[in-house]
Design a protein around this ligand. Structure first.
Ligand SMILES: N[C@@H](CCC(=O)N[C@@H](CS)C(=O)NCC(=O)O)C(=O)O
Length: 206
């Protein structure tokens, strides 16, 4: 049995492991499920991942790994995207945790209800100011961090850049004005120039 990576189109979380795989020699079988029509809540997938979330990786030995950044980390292991030095690996983890606790929880829902299912934006209008406020505060922290550096960690382009880029580059679709963050904009150009980079819609195409 191969390693199998379950992804959903349009998702910044699914984009991360897919981009690591594209930019390295790591290969998995890929299966797409569409969360917008509930394919991830069907018994067949719940038997694979009882939480029903995507992305999800099933290893050849049957073990399952959830959380986009954990999957991206596993895929990056042993490749040029993984820092070798323990301190730099910790730096990568620091920013990947920041991504999941500060950036993603704000940018992802703002983008989801603005861009993916705009018909539901009105129903979530009361939450938008909180998402925008939290997202802008996180983007300001990232911008300050990137002011004097080309990449998130001292390693150069790494799995941490992929993880942080996942939703940052989609923030405009959530109503964020990224022109306020020149260092983030410069860094995003660096990521887009990395070998093998592919935009989300082309990368997550079933
Ligand atoms: N923290 C998780 C978030 C996973 C997540 O919520 N994925 C969304 C798609 S981006 C999903 O599966 N939504 C469908 C659902 O919850 O039913 C990660 O980074 O993988």
């Amino acid at each position: 049995m191969n390693n199998t990576l379950f992804l959903t189109p349009g998702s910044g979380n699914s984009f991360k492991p897919a981009l690591v795989m594209r930019q390295t020699e790591r290969r998995c079988a890929v299966r797409y499920l569409d969360v917008l029509v509930g394919e991830n809540r069907q018994p067949e997938y719940l038997a694979v991942n009882p939480r029903g979330k995507l992305p999800f990786l099933v290893l050849a030995d049957g073990r399952g790994i959830g959380e986009s950044n954990a999957i991206a980390w596993w895929l990056a292991e042993g490749t040029a995207l993984m820092p070798a030095c323990a301190a730099t690996r910790a730096q990568a983890l620091q920013w990947m945790i920041f991504e999941q606790t500060s950036l993603e929880p704000a940018i992802s829902p703002a983008r989801f209800f603005t861009h993916i299912v705009p018909s539901q934006r009105e129903a979530h209008a009361a939450e938008m100011p909180r998402w925008l406020d939290q997202g802008y505060r996180a983007l300001a922290i990232l911008d300050e961090h990137l002011a004097q550096r080309d990449y998130v960690t001292d390693h150069g382009y790494s799995v941490a850049d992929v993880a942080v880029f996942g939703y940052t580059h989609l923030a405009g679709e959530g109503g964020f004005d990224l022109s306020r963050f020149p260092s983030v904009a410069r860094w995003m150009r660096n990521v887009r120039r990395s070998p093998g980079y592919v935009e989300i819609d082309a990368l997550l195409a079933p």
